[in-house]
Design a protein around this ligand. Structure first.
Ligand code: TYM
Length: 336
């Protein structure tokens, strides 16, 4: 039986945090044997906000190394850097000309990021979801595993597919494949350590708000020690008045690999003084093997380059075929 195709990606902006890991990468790793997977480092997305050219390339390599360190296995998955496959930008242009402007203006992430940037908002930031649609559609992806915050972007991708197929498909022949989001309930929305009502995010100015995958044990201990809690004794999931409590228990559950029921029972009588060292120890133990593997992979740049070259070649084969299909459907002449 042919496996379903999966595509997903992470931006090379700073260190990945527990939200990226638990909301996305860990789920990619756990399900990778079931699917034919493409995971890209979306460096073209990283320049939709002001960026530092001196670190962009290194950050992209670091994210690719983290994919491998988290357990992405090349027998099931292809990894590559988005900007190495030119079809992404070309399909974005074609889709741009078919996307109504107001579809983009109402994207929540655009509105949130635009507020932060004031007058410096780029056209690229507005266009971000179209580039993301191109990423997904170039691989005829069936499924897109992401965290909750990306759901709206995948809905836009689906709307675009319907529009393109309606306008340019002929009879049974659709031009683009309709993908579905794959959002797990657990870990889909990891919250900030400083405020349990805000998403854990790379762009939060406070380092104390997130645990990064490469944080050394002392940093993890410090962040958990300082994280926001409440004065109530006894820990519980799902109390809307205790968002920090729910978030920290969920982190403990996901990082320790236990069931929710087991964690609820274990922590029901605990105070923060007892729980925080337990969470610290669990987070350090969960990240230690990833950090060790990351060090090894980053120590052999040539091997990493080979992986990314081969990934690029494989990705390009799929992407070029889909791009050609779209260009034919839109009526372009064949290059001579
Ligand atoms: P990025 O780099 O912002 O996030 C990468 C992945 O991490 C998830 N995520 C979270 N999950 C749970 N809790 C959080 N606090 C949290 N923060 C981030 C995101 O949902 C995402 O899955 N636009 C994408 C990148 C992208 C992409 C694509 C994804 C570009 N092209 C094509 C899928 C398919 C993004 O948000 O990246």
């Amino acid at each position: 039986m042919v496996k379903q195709r999966v595509l997903s990606g992470v931006q090379p902006t700073g260190n990945l945090h527990l939200g990226n890991y638990l909301g996305a990468i860990r789920n990619w790793v756990e399900a990778q044997e079931q699917y034919d997977n493409y995971f890209c480092v979306v460096d073209l997305h990283a320049i939709t906000v002001p960026h530092d050219p001196a670190v962009l390339a290194d950050n992209s390599y670091a994210i690719a190394a983290l994919y491998l360190a988290c357990g992405i296995d090349l027998t099931h998955s292809t990894i590559f850097i988005q900007s190495h496959v030119r079809a992404h930008t070309e399909l974005t242009w074609l889709l741009n000309c078919i996307t109504p402007l107001n579809w983009l203006e109402r994207m929540i992430q655009f509105k949130e990021k635009a507020v932060k940037q004031g007058e410096n908002v780029s056209v690229g930031l507005l266009d971000y979801p179209v580039l993301m649609a191109a990423d997904i559609l170039l691989y005829d992806a069936d499924l897109v595993p992401v965290g909750e915050d990306q759901k709206q972007h995948i809905e836009l991708t689906r709307d675009l597919v319907i529009r393109v197929n309606d306008q340019f498909g002929t009879g049974e022949n659709s031009v683009l494949k309709l993908p579905k989001p794959l959002i797990r309930k657990d870990g889909a929305r990891v919250m900030s350590l400083s405020d349990g009502t805000k998403k854990m995010s790379k762009s939060d100015p406070s380092e104390l708000s997130r645990i990064s995958l490469l944080d050394p044990p002392e940093a993890i201990a410090k962040k958990i020690k300082r994280c926001k809690t409440d004065p109530i004794k006894g820990l519980e999931f799902d109390n809307p008045d205790r968002p920090e409590c729910h978030n920290l228990l969920s982190l403990y559950q996901l990082l320790s690999g236990q069931s929710r029921e087991a964690v609820a029972a274990e922590c029901a009588e605990m105070g923060w003084g007892q729980f925080k060292p337990l969470l610290t120890e669990t987070a350090i133990a969960a990240l230690e093997p990833i950090q060790a593997k990351y060090g090894e992979i980053m120590g052999d740049r040539t091997a990493l380059e080979t992986i990314l070259r081969e990934g690029r070649q494989k990705a390009e084969a799929s992407a070029e075929a889909v791009l050609a299909r779209v260009k034919t459907a839109l009526g372009f002449s064949t290059p001579l």
